[in-house]
Unconditional design. Structure first.
Length: 67
């Protein structure tokens, strides 16, 4: 039996996709910020996470999730 183990960045990318499907982008960004302090390429991750987002949309999501 052969087992293929994905590298950490592949696993992280998959986890981020799942989180983005279930949570507002603003919450995902806060979670990733607390997880990955000092690790990885934040600018690349930011571009991937917020590719189709606007500041106004993120603000609206953050405001609505704060109750």
């Amino acid at each position: 039996m052969n087992l293929t183990v994905q590298n950490d960045s592949t696993t992280t990318a998959e986890a981020v996709r799942v989180l983005m499907e279930r949570m507002p982008a603003s919450k995902v960004a806060r979670l990733l910020g607390s997880w990955q302090i000092g690790q990885g390429d934040y600018l690349q991750l930011r571009d991937e996470l917020f590719d189709r987002e606007t500041v106004e949309n993120l603000y609206r999501q953050a405001s609505s999730s704060n109750g």
